[in-house]
Design a binder for this molecule. Structure first.
Ligand SMILES: Nc1ncnc2c1ncn2[C@@H]1O[C@H](COP(=O)(O)OP(=O)(O)OP(=O)(O)O)[C@@H](O)[C@H]1O
Ligand SMILES: [Mg+2]
Length: 223
């Protein structure tokens, strides 16, 4: 039987919380640092991942060689069955959801996943919509467990524009039964301050702002 990739989604119903950026950063780290084969499936019809990746790629001496595939949500499962075995890790970049509970196409995408990482940004509105999304993920985890499959999920604070203190926020999310990463993600200026380096984790900014977060990502999801 073909090997199964680990399927990961950085997902939240909310738009603009860093889903695509963080998917790219983690993909680059896995490809560069662990020498893994990584694919990002872009299910957002705005096709922003390819553009974002193209500009990020300029920062490296050697191309991180991540593949990007644009697919409608309906086609993902068939694609994974046919080609998933070619990769070690597949990230599914989901679009923002207008009504989280009714967006069945996106919900089905989450059922393909082994790992879901939920970015949360510190504002009341974000938290409320994240709670709806969390319910969906929790239900998916229960359903998958009944089928003998594991779905691990964690939240993390994307510090971008964040005003509330980390601790206050993490405690609130933990009460809602979302286990949070200890490390939040800092404002990554990699896009605006490009610097040539071999790997993301080798650059000063990558080490300082992304290194600990990435380490925790590997540990928490047992990758
Ligand atoms: N930690 C961060 N540091 C710096 N910039 C960030 C960070 N997180 C997100 N951004 C920036 O914020 C913007 C939105 O991020 P991104 O496109 O990844 O969000 P998204 O959740 O995928 O949005 P959408 O729902 O529109 O797909 C982008 O310009 C991205 O570069
Ligand atoms: Mg996006």
């Amino acid at each position: 039987m073909a090997k199964k990739p680990t399927i990961i989604s950085v997902a939240n119903s909310k738009g603009g919380v860093g889903k695509s950026l963080v998917s790219i950063m983690l993909s680059v780290a896995l490809a560069k640092d662990k020498k893994k084969k990584v694919l990002i499936i872009d299910c957002d019809n705005q096709g922003s991942v390819r553009d974002m990746y193209e500009s990020e790629k300029e920062n490296y001496e050697q191309d991180p060689a991540i593949e990007v595939e644009e697919l409608t949500p309906r086609k993902v499962q068939t694609f994974l069955k046919r080609f998933g075995g070619d990769y070690d890790y597949v990230f599914i970049d989901v679009p923002r959801m207008t009504d989280a509970k009714k967006d069945n196409a996106t919900i089905m995408l989450l059922y393909n996943c082994d790992c879901i990482l939920i970015p949360v940004i510190g504002s009341e509105v974000d938290v409320l919509s994240t709670l709806d999304f969390l319910t969906i993920v929790q239900e998916a985890a229960v359903d998958k467990k009944e089928m003998g499959e594991d779905l691990k999920y964690f939240g993390f604070i994307n510090r971008r524009n964040q005003r509330k203190s980390n601790e206050e926020f993490s405690n609130f999310m933990s009460k809602q039964k979302l286990k949070m990463f200890n490390n939040s993600l800092y404002d990554l200026r990699i896009f605006t301050e490009p610097s040539f380096h071999k790997s993301l984790l080798e650059s000063a900014e990558g080490k300082r702002r992304f290194g600990e977060f990435y380490k925790e990502f590997l540990q928490k999801f047992k990758l």
